[in-house]
Design a protein around this ligand. Structure first.
Ligand code: PTJ
Length: 259
C-alpha cells in the first residue's frame, strides 16, 4: 500500500525509513519480527537523539580498520539491512573488499533468494549464503547457524548489522572479530561484539563508507594502532553516559517542549 507522506511532516525522514521496511515486508523479504525490531531501534534512536554520536564515530573508525586489516572480511545481510541500506551495504563491501552473505534468523529459501536479488539489483557481483549455506556454526541452534564455507565459516571478521546475541557469542567463541551495528547499547549483541557501533544502520553504513575511503591508504601498522587503543566496554559506557546526560538535560521542563 502506497502512503503519501508530506515532506513537511515533522517525522518525515523517520516515516520514510519505516515505509522502506513495510515495502520490504510486503515484498516478502523483511521478517514480521523485523518490523518489531525496527520499533525497538527507533525507541533507542530517540534516546540517543537521532544523530551519530562521538563514541559511534570511534567505533566506526575501529570497525573499518578491522575490516581493512582482515584477510577474509564478510558482511552479513538480513531482511532489515536489505530494505534500509541495500546500495550502501554493497558499496561498503567493495570499499573494504568484503564478501556479502545473506544470513537470516527467520530463514526461508524464498526470503534468501529475494534478498540476494535486491543486493544484485544494487550492484553486488557475488552473494553468498544462497545455495551454498551448507556449513554450520557449532553450538548455534537458530537458522543463523547455516553459513557458506567460503564466507562466514572462514571469515576472520564479520560485520553483523541488526543481530541476535546468540550468533554474536558463537562467532566470538570461534575467534572471529565481530562488528555489530545496534541501536540498543544494552543488547546481548552489543555487549558480546568486539566492536559495537551504537547507531542507526541508515547513518552508520554511509559513515563507514566515508571512513573506508579515508583509511584506504593508511599503513597497516597505523590501522593496528587504531585497534589497539580501542576499548568496546568504554565505548558502550560512553553511549550510556550520553543517554543519561541527554535525559538529564531534557528533563529540565523548558527544554522538553523543544526536543
Ligand atoms: O531478517 P532476519 O530473519 O535475519 O531477522 C532480522 C531481525 C532483526 C528480526 C532479527 O535479527 C532479530 O530478531 O533481531 P533482534 O534480536 O530483534 O535485534 C535487533 C536489534 O537491532 C535490536 O537491538 C534493535 O534495537 C536494533 N535495531 C533495530 N533497528 C535498527 C537497529 N539497530 C541499528 N539500526 C536500525 N535501524
Amino acid at each position: 500500500m502506497e502512503v503519501n507522506i508530506p515532506p513537511t511532516h515533522p517525522r518525515y525522514k523517520s516515516l520514510l525509513i519505516r515505509e522502506k521496511l513495510i515495502k520490504g515486508f510486503e515484498e516478502g523479504y523483511v521478517a514480521m519480527a523485523g518490523l518489531i525490531a525496527h520499533g525497538r531501534g527507533e525507541c533507542f534512536d530517540y534516546l540517543i537523539g537521532e544523530v551519530t554520536i562521538e563514541p559511534a564515530v570511534r567505533a566506526i573508525e575501529a570497525a573499518v580498520a578491522a575490516l581493512l586489516l582482515s584477510n577474509n572480511p564478510v558482511i552479513s545481510v538480513n531482511g532489515n539491512v536489505a530494505a534500509l541500506v541495500p546500495g550502501e551495504i554493497v558499496k561498503l563491501a567493495e570499499a573494504v573488499n568484503a564478501k556479502l552473505e545473506v544470513n537470516l534468523f527467520y530463514r526461508s529459501e524464498d526470503r534468501v533468494a529475494k534478498i540476494a536479488e535486491v543486493l544484485r539489483a544494487h550492484g553486488a557481483h557475488e552473494v553468498l549464503g544462497v545455495d551454498d549455506a551448507i556449513a554450520e556454526i557449532p553450538e548455534l541452534m537458530s537458522e543463523r547457524r547455516k553459513v557458506s564455507p567460503r564466507g562466514i565459516l572462514i571469515a576472520d571478521t564479520v560485520l553483523v548489522p541488526l543481530e541476535d546475541g546468540d550468533r554474536t557469542e558463537a562467532l566470538r567463541r570461534l575467534g572471529k572479530t565481530v562488528i555489530a551495528i545496534d541501536l540498543n547499547p544494552l543488547s546481548r549483541t552489543a555487549r558480546a561484539a568486539s566492536i559495537t557501533i551504537v547507531d542507526n544502520v541508515v547513518r552508520a553504513v554511509p559513515k563507514m563508507i566515508e571512513y573506508a575511503q579515508k583509511l584506504s591508504s593508511t599503513p597497516r601498522k597505523d590501522l593496528s594502532k587504531i585497534l589497539e587503543r580501542y576499548d568496546n566496554n568504554l565505548i558502550l559506557a560512553e553511549v550510556l553516559k550520553h543517554i543519561m546526560n541527554r535525559l538529564e538535560e531534557l528533563s529540565k521542563s523548558d527544554l522538553l517542549i523543544r526536543c
